[in-house]
Design a binder for this molecule. Structure first.
Ligand code: SF4
Length: 437
């Protein structure tokens, strides 16, 4: 571990820094350490990580939007021991440049091509490339049942098929939908192109991202996306299956996660893997996966895409983040109670501790943002101007007023997002202020 106490403040509040296992990041509730896994692990191994989280941290675990395990509340005394204990488990740790593949890569009969050999070659080829942005990421997607289309990537390789030819489309910047096409290549050439793009980014320095290499001549990606979300039951070869289980607001206690692992062992679940979208993927036979889905639902995890909690994006907030003005998770629970009927899947409710908006960088229909002792209401991004602001203590009333307004004004078959857009900021603001005592 290269962190020493005196360095922590300087090093870790750096905007854009990533909390690697060997360089934990200082946060409001102690040091945060990230475990990136290159392969699935056993339920027993995940249970051991939970025990180490309890022993060395504060017992709280996140799975990030990109599918990394994050252990919270380590101290300068315990972080080194935690790293040593994790390394002694001989887990398939992934370090260096983030080159992501979908959670079912190599196991998915529906994927056009196995992305792992390309990802390994890019990771190996990029070793020693200095000067890349701390959050530089490459996605290699075999176009199977679970895709990484929504993940932002500087460089993205997506398997394509025409007649009997398999190719790899190389995209720059954004999600798959808004990335720009650099070209389509055979596997080896796609690897070479990706490495050459990374070399160019390296020579441009650590503030350069994939979008900086986009030119006007590059068309948008026209590929259709019909992959499943990470919570669907996916059928693999034979009787094998995989099922996704979501963490409410991306966070769970080590005790709850360990209990899930114990049950998974009992059900002979073969492997688990943290995945994008704050999810955990379980691999086992069909019936074990179904049993685990029921168990997880009863234990407070998210098991259905229609669960409104999965439509709330909340950052860690206070006390986990020193920049946070509010306890975002308490507000998320309150919003879930008051706005449940609004959460119809047409938008993500964004709850953020400050205007940085880590949990949802994109614009959305409604943002609740902590600001001093107030909650600001915003349509758009967290950094956009607010249309109303109220003391945090009045949040429940304000949320109830918005729910009542949308319930009253919603047209037949209108989604919540469409209704909120039609009502506009002024009517929303009026409903909040007129509901105040
Ligand atoms: S958005 Fe949330 S996690 Fe990000 S800096 Fe602000 S308070 Fe912290």
């Amino acid at each position: 571990m290269r962190l020493v106490a005196a360095e922590a403040d300087k090093l870790d509040f750096r905007r854009g820094a990533c909390p690697a296992l060997s360089a934990p990041m200082q946060t409001g509730d102690g040091l945060l350490s990230r475990i990136s896994l290159g392969e699935p692990i056993s339920p027993a191994e995940l249970a051991t990580i939970c025990r180490l989280c309890e022993a060395h941290g504060n017992g709280v675990i996140n799975i990030s939007a990109r599918g990394n395990l994050q252990v919270r509340g380590l101290t300068t005394e315990t972080a080194g021991k935690f790293e040593g204990d994790i390394r002694s488990l001989n887990l398939p740790l992934r370090e260096g440049l983030a080159v992501e593949v979908p959670p079912l890569a190599g196991l998915d009969p529906a994927e056009i091509a196995d992305p792992r050999p390309l990802a390994d070659a890019i990771r190996a080829g990029a070793q020693g490339l200095g000067g890349l942005a701390p959050k530089m990421s490459v996605v290699v997607d075999g176009s199977g049942q679970m895709r990484l289309s929504e993940l932002l990537a500087d460089v993205r390789l997506v398997a394509t098929k025409s007649a009997n030819n398999v190719g790899w489309q190389v995209l720059l910047g954004g999600t798959q939908a808004d990335g720009r096409v650099h070209g389509t290549f055979q596997a080896q050439q796609a690897i070479d192109e990706a490495l050459s793009l990374l070399q160019r980014l390296s020579s441009l320095g650590p503030t350069s991202r994939g979008r900086d290499l986009v030119t006007d001549a590059m068309p948008p990606c026209a590929m259709m996306e019909d992959g499943f979300s990470s919570l669907d039951l996916a059928l693999l070869e034979g009787d094998d299956a995989a099922v996704g289980i979501g963490l409410p607001f991306g966070q769970i206690t080590a005790v709850q996660l360990a209990a899930l692992c114990t049950e998974a062992e009992k059900q002979h679940i073969r492997a688990v893997r943290p995945a994008f979208g704050h999810a955990l993927i379980l691999f086992g036979d069909h019936s074990a996966c179904n049993t685990m889905q029921v168990f997880a639902g009863r234990s407070g995890f998210i098991t259905e895409d229609t669960d409104p909690r999965g439509m709330i994006a909340a950052c860690p907030g206070s006390p986990s983040c020193t920049s946070a003005a509010i306890d975002t998770h308490s507000l998320a629970h309150l919003a879930f109670e008051q706005l449940e009927e609004l959460l119809d899947g047409s938008f993500n409710l964004h709850i953020t501790g400050c205007a940085k908006g880590c949990a949802h960088p994109q614009a959305t229909s409604l943002v609740l943002c902590g600001s001093g002792s107030d909650i600001s209401f915003i349509v758009g991004k967290a950094s956009d101007p607010s249309f109303a602001s109220i003391p945090a203590a009045e949040s429940a009333n304000a949320l109830r007023s918005i729910a009542a307004l949308v319930r009253k004004e919603r047209l037949k078959d209108e989604t919540s997002a469409a209704c909120i857009a039609r009502l506009g900021r002024e009517q929303l603001a009026l409903s909040i202020t007129s509901g105040r005592t």
